[in-house]
Ligand binder design. Structure first.
Ligand code: SAM
Length: 161
């Protein structure tokens, strides 16, 4: 999907699914197409099995569709948000920032077909630096955050004294 090479050794790919799906043939997918979700680490993004400050760069690409069951190709490809989606996304942001090193960058992707971006950004106290809208209907947003560095802040405060 978004990766140039899903086997790239620089990437630790996390997903709670570890499955292959055969999808219904349509214009985009010929008969017999399978989608493979084969993460390096099977885990929930609200409880990542990594110590604090592990990565310089994190990509958070959660599902954007709220549904109780995986129905069609889109939900199989992108997954679904079921249950308390606000708590899930808030927990995901919090975990992404926990495992990022200070000054590390988080790239966040959101497709606002069902939930507006502003409602999603309200689930984290962090503010994106910049972003870009794309996709056929301009509903897919990519944005970059940078993790606050507490020691920079302390130095700046000391300079202000
Ligand atoms: C938009 S897709 C990510 C696609 C991925 N960026 C790629 O390029 O292959 C969202 C994924 O999040 C997974 N997911 C949904 N809820 C999750 C959770 N709580 N923890 C971990 N993964 C989750 C889904 O299984 C789905 O594969």
């Amino acid at each position: 999907m978004m990766w140039m090479d899903k086997e790239d050794p620089r990437v630790t790919f996390v997903d709670r699914r570890n499955e292959d799906y055969e999808i219904k043939p349509d214009r985009a997918y010929p008969s017999g197409t399978t989608i493979s979700v084969r993460p390096d680490v099977v885990a929930d993004f609200t409880a990542l099995p990594f110590p604090d400050s592990t990565f310089w760069h994190v990509v958070f690409d959660p599902p954007h569709i709220i549904r109780n069951a995986e129905l069609g190709t889109v939900t199989k490809k992108y997954g679904v948000l079921n249950g308390d989606w606000k708590a899930m996304i808030a927990g995901g942001f919090s975990e992404c920032f926990r495992v990022l090193k200070p000054n590390g960058t988080l790239i966040f992707k959101w497709c606002e077909t069902q939930i507006p971006l502003r409602d999603i950004l309200a689930l984290t106290p962090e503010k994106p630096l910049y972003g870009h809208k794309g996709g056929q209907k301009s509903v897919t947003h990519w944005m970059a955050f940078i993790k606050h560095n507490a020691s920079d802040q302390a130095t700046a405060s000391a300079r202000r004294c």
